[in-house]
Ligand binder design. Structure first.
Ligand SMILES: [Fe+2]
Length: 206
């Protein structure tokens, strides 16, 4: 059985304003030193600016959201990572599942000037969610397919927070929250690489 929960007003409007400002400070601080006015996007959404584990989202994931997700799912959880994305006019989120380090994913709408529906495929049915600022959706990120059609507004800012059930996978192997991702530390990547290596040798045991 998949977990899928919608929490209206989970994060206050005031908190959303503060973390939106913090994220935009990060964006401008990252782009300004390089005079970088190109919109480069990330691997998933082309017309966007994104940042892995922005500090304000790491703090939110740790201090407020984890308690809510643990209560809703009944599981003891560990922070995996957070992610922020400002999506611009015309941005599309293709159908995808999140990576392995996403036993539970949280998508929180932080700011927008236009409703941008989020779709999920649950038990073969397409479900459309229309979030208001501060609303959270909790779902099994690495199992449930999700996507968005082209964005018709100017800018939409989302905070994504991810949790795992296994302490060995906490922080994706990073020694501290807020640090950049490093695949050499990531227990999920290490496991995947080991499985491929053993398969190439025709063995399965460690
Ligand atoms: Fe996703």
């Amino acid at each position: 059985m998949n977990d899928f929960h919608i929490i209206k007003g989970a994060v206050s409007e005031q908190t959303c304003k503060v973390i939106a400002k913090a994220f935009r400070i990060t964006r401008d601080g990252v782009l300004f030193p390089h005079h970088d006015n190109k919109v480069r996007g990330d691997d998933i959404v082309e017309n966007s600016f994104s940042w892995y584990s922005p500090i304000s989202f790491e703090a939110l994931a740790d201090q407020v959201v984890k308690d809510i997700v643990e209560k809703m799912t009944g599981d003891k959880l560990y922070n995996s990572y957070s992610y922020g994305r400002s999506s611009y006019h015309g941005a599309v989120l293709p159908r995808h599942r999140d990576r392995a380090a996403s036993d539970y994913a949280v998508s929180c709408l932080v700011d927008t000037d236009c409703t941008w529906p989020l779709y999920f495929k649950i038990d073969g049915e397409e479900v459309e969610i229309r979030q208001e600022i501060g609303d959270m959706v909790i779902y099994n990120g690495n199992i449930i397919e999700h996507w968005r059609e082209p964005f018709e507004g100017t800018e939409q800012l989302s905070a994504f927070m991810f949790y795992v059930k296994d302490k060995m996978r906490e922080f994706e192997g990073r020694p501290l929250q807020g640090m950049p991702y490093n695949p050499q530390w990531d227990p999920n990547t290490i496991q995947h690489t080991l499985e491929n290596l053993r398969a190439a040798h025709g063995v399965t045991n460690p």
